[in-house]
Design a protein around this ligand. Structure first.
Ligand code: CAO
Length: 415
């Protein structure tokens, strides 16, 4: 069966996490992704956080599946010529270098257009145009400047960054959408274009509910679903809301049986309005279903702490999985706090290809996330990440270079 992006060639100049997330997705959808790296070194993550001596790290392997790796020194004049040949042959160039690096290499937008007017040039940068456009940015910086850190954590503690890599992987997802959109527009215009996904913008896009709350706070001075209500105070900016739900259905994380020893024996519990009567019945507080202090969502808002404490008295008598089973029977939304160990061992995630076991010639078998987006006509087949320069000769031959020319370029340090 063919793949959705069969025939699309990606010149992958990405490194670390944000860019590689994007190009891995495109590769999973069937694009031919040619990753350009420096000979001898390669993507810095190949050697970061290594757990097997001499093997590419999990950090690298888990971000570079289904790609081909070629080594080119793009600062070497002959290496530049090879890169020019690739630009002429590819549809998209994706990069997440520090601002200006591509220009310094001599590959400005204008030059790329001269070489290939159909080329789409897609970039991740830390910031969009403005005072910080020249800054280098990593994940947590993006979380801090995009509004995630100031709104994550508890009111009495410092800002907190989340484990979900919304700055890097999140921006990579945004960029991938920009690229396929530009490819679609190119089918009508015949022209390439620049695609920019700034990490600050990507994080803010994912934090939009907090920008919503900022405006609600400015208008009303209070947010009744936040834990600061009714006894705490609100300042000028959206406060950290602990585990309060970001939507209109109040929720909180509650202890379950075993919480004293297991740091993940907790469940997220949502007091969804349509199932309030069922919640009252399950926790044994049937009278709350009709009592004026509890029967309506508005009446409950100032009493959420008391209500969650009462629900917790019930959840503490059950394991998180027992609680989930009972609550699901009543359509009461909830979610057990799953540890990474539990997720890694989850058979259903293996069946759907969301978690995949891959074999690697140097490191052996390892687990990785598969494609989280499932297309019925374009199934993903996760293939191991390439060794450094594994496909240099193959790609050079496809570009028309002879064996002798390849050897000469290698001897000259260009590839
Ligand atoms: N041949 C020759 N030179 C190469 C090369 C190749 N194949 N590939 C890269 N280089 C050079 C670049 O030309 C650049 O050189 P100059 O600085 O002389 O222009 C240099 O290697 C790489 O540059 P960099 O500044 O991007 O790398 P860094 O490790 O210093 O910074 C990072 C890393 C991520 C902070 C920076 O790239 C960045 O801000 N990127 C944009 C935002 C981003 O994606 N951040 C998320 C990264 S994931 O956490």
């Amino acid at each position: 069966m063919g793949k959705a992006l069969d025939g699309v060639r990606i010149l992958d100049f990405t490194h670390v996490q944000s860019g590689p997330t994007c190009t891995q997705l495109l590769a999973w959808f069937g694009a031919d992704v040619i990753k350009v790296e420096r000979a001898g070194a390669g993507d810095i993550t190949r050697e970061q956080l290594r757990d097997v001596a001499g093997a590419d790290s999990l950090y690298f392997t888990m971000l570079n599946h289904n790609k081909r790796s070629v080594t080119i020194d793009t600062k070497n004049p002959e290496g530049k010529l090879v890169l020019e040949a690739l630009i002429q042959k590819c549809d998209v160039l994706v990069e997440n270098f520090a601002p200006g690096a591509l220009d310094r290499m001599g590959f400005t937008w204008e030059r790329i257009q001269e070489l290939n007017p159909r080329m789409i040039v897609a970039s991740v940068k830390g910031f969009g145009p403005g005072p910080y456009e020249d800054c280098k940015v990593y994940e947590n910086v993006a979380q801090c400047v995009g509004g995630a850190a100031s709104t994550t954590g508890f009111d009495d503690g410092p800002p907190v960054v989340t484990g979900a890599q919304i700055g890097d992987s999140g921006t990579g997802l945004h960029l991938a959408l920009g690229i396929v959109t530009a490819l679609y527009q190119r089918t009508m215009t015949g022209r390439g274009q620049k695609v920019l996904a700034a990490m600050q913008d990507g994080v803010l896009n994912l934090c939009r509910v907090k920008l919503r709350d900022q405006q609600r706070l400015e208008r009303t001075g209070v947010m009744k679903e936040y834990p600061q209500y009714p006894n705490g105070t609100f300042g000028e900016a959206v406060p950290r809301a602990g585990n309060a739900s970001g939507g209109g259905q109040p929720g909180w994380i509650l202890k379950c049986k075993g919480w004293e020893h297991d740091p993940n024996a907790y469940i997220y519990f949502i007091t969804q309005a349509p199932v309030w009567v069922k919640i009252c019945n399950v926790i044994g507080r049937e009278e709350w279903a009709t009592h004026p202090d509890y029967a309506t969502p508005d009446a409950r808002l100032p009493r959420l702490k008391e209500i969650f404490a009462e629900v917790e008295r019930w959840t503490m008598t059950k394991t998180k999985f027992e609680a989930m089973e009972i609550l699901n029977e009543h359509d009461i939304p909830c979610g057990p706090i799953l540890s990474m160990k539990e997720i890694a061992e989850d058979e259903s995630l293996r069946k759907t290809g969301t978690i995949v076991e891959v074999d690697h010639p140097v490191r052996g078998k390892y687990l990785t996330v598969g494609n989280p987006i499932k297309l019925s006509d374009s199934p993903t087949d996760v293939k191991r990440s390439p060794l450094l320069g594994e496909h240099t000769d193959e790609v050079m031959a496809e570009l028309g270079y002879s064996r002798e020319q390849i050897d000469a370029l290698r001897a000259a340090g260009a590839i």
